[in-house]
Write a protein that binds this ligand. Structure first.
Ligand code: SF4
Length: 461
């Protein structure tokens, strides 16, 4: 018997009888949130709402929040304060709060912002259209926060209409929800629940549909994406096997994934990345800290040397693999020696890029109760680390000048609309002159001519 319980999406609201206004979805946080926001926008369009250029003008404003650090939470509360003022003058405005902060701090959101119409948790995205419809009709103060805690329970069967993302060259595809790792600094297992893998056939069906609609690159999303497949009704499907299944779908030319967990990064996966042409040679593998005691306090289930062994195997089997990482500095109790260990790892592993953050205590996590590093010490270490890594990134980009890369052309460069932009297989951002109409969505060879901190300039080879 299946151990996967399918929670059906919310009831589809009746088609709107009157002309509708506009919506705005403000997103903070990770790609999972970006993907959820995309779903929210599609639901709102189904209700007859049109996108607004500015949240100040929208009739429906959704805040898709993040709790991983304090800063995005502060920003969400600040925006909510402004929205409450707007709503006091324009009561027809609908305010909804979703995402991790909504899951965690619903009561506080309500208390501080009495004009909020509804708060939904991370597993209730599909209930948003019904809640918006009811709010438009004047029903307020609703919350939906049930988190599927049992393993194998998953919100799935995304309505077919929400796959109609015609014209999108790249798409995110969630394959796993929640996390079982419980790193001591992280609130995700609380906000998103225990790890649940999406049934393989649902993922394959979604990617097949995306390919039919013109998508060429999919990025598979999961908190520890490479531990995909546990607890599936059909039996364990290793992540490496899922990649091979998706690579066989006609039209899918590139597959990426984020973020893998180092302990679960094994040889079978490395060989699939090397051998399956659709799987890109890029790996964003969070190291978080460069000292074993530090990693232990973080409850990361690997050591510096076991991480080093994965890096060595990746580079031995794919010398041009792109490697990026996440690092936290100023974690509770971090000594100068431990921080030096992190710098030494950056030197040793020569990452192509890194997301670097100062530790931010998350109430309810074990690390928040540990002895904290003084704020200024954390800030100074972060500045030092960023400067150190930037030099490495610049050097690594400089080493790429003169080489030719396959680039999937995504569209005009955000930095200079006269140029096109795209990414190499190893995830280097490349800008170059070219004809948008002719090349958008194509994979073309680009020879790089100049290195920058953000990536490379080049020309069509
Ligand atoms: S692996 Fe650790 S950091 Fe990543 S989501 Fe899970 S608990 Fe959080």
């Amino acid at each position: 018997m299946s151990n996967v319980t399918l929670l059906q999406p919310g009831t589809k609201p009746a088609a709107p009888k009157t002309k509708r206004g506009t919506y705005f979805v403000q997103t903070w946080g990770c790609q999972m949130n970006e993907e959820d926001s995309e779903q929210m926008a599609l639901y709102l369009q189904e209700l007859g709402l049109k996108p607004a250029a500015d949240w100040r003008e929208a009739q429906v404003v959704l805040l898709n929040t993040c709790s991983v650090r304090r800063k995005p939470e502060d920003k969400a509360f600040s925006l909510l304060g402004e929205l409450n003022i707007i709503k006091a003058n324009r009561p027809e405005v609908v305010i909804g709060v979703a995402g991790c902060m909504a899951q965690l701090r619903a009561k506080e959101i309500r208390q501080k912002n009495p004009l909020v119409d509804f708060v939904v948790g991370t597993a209730q995205v599909s209930e948003i259209p019904g809640l918006v419809e009811e709010a438009l009709q004047g029903k307020r103060f609703q919350t939906r926060l049930d988190l599927p805690e049992r393993k194998g329970v998953i919100v799935t069967q995304i309505p077919q209409r929400n796959l109609e993302r015609t014209g999108k060259i790249k798409a995110f595809v969630p394959i796993q929800y929640g996390c079982d790792k419980f790193c001591t600094f992280c609130i995700v297992p609380t906000t998103r629940g225990r790890e649940r893998s999406r049934p393989t056939e649902h993922i394959v069906a979604e990617v097949r549909r995306l390919a039919e609609l013109g998508t060429k690159e999919v990025t598979l999303l999961g908190q520890t994406v490479n531990s995909y497949g546990k607890n599936l009704a059909e039996g364990r499907v290793p992540f490496s096997q899922l990649l091979q299944l998706l690579a066989g779908i006609p039209g899918i030319e590139r597959i990426r994934y984020t973020s893998p967990y180092p302990r679960d990064f094994r040889t079978d996966l490395i060989e699939v990345i090397r051998d399956v042409p659709q799987v890109m040679e890029h790996c964003h593998m969070p190291l978080q800290g460069g000292n074993d005691d530090l990693l232990k306090r973080m409850k990361r289930l690997y050591t510096v040397e076991s991480f080093a062994a994965i890096v060595a195997e990746l580079r031995e089997k794919m010398p041009d693999v792109g490697l990026t990482t996440d690092i936290i500095v100023g974690f509770p109790g971090e000594t100068e020696e431990e921080f030096e260990g992190t710098l030494a790892c950056m030197e040793r592993f020569q990452f192509d890029g890194a997301y670097m953050f100062r530790y931010s205590p998350r109430p309810g996590t074990p690390a928040a109760e540990m002895e904290q590093v003084p704020t200024q010490v954390g800030k100074d270490r972060l500045n030092k680390l960023i400067a150190f890594q930037q030099q490495i990134t610049l050097n690594k980009n400089a080493d790429c000048v003169g080489k030719t890369y396959e680039v999937l052309v995504e569209g005009p460069s955000p930095k200079n609309p006269k140029l096109l932009h795209g990414y190499s297989r190893c995830f280097r951002k490349i800008h170059f002159p070219g004809d948008l109409e002719k090349f958008r969505g194509e994979i073309i060879p680009i020879t790089t001519t100049e290195a920058h901190l953000w990536g490379l300039s080049g020309k069509i080879a």
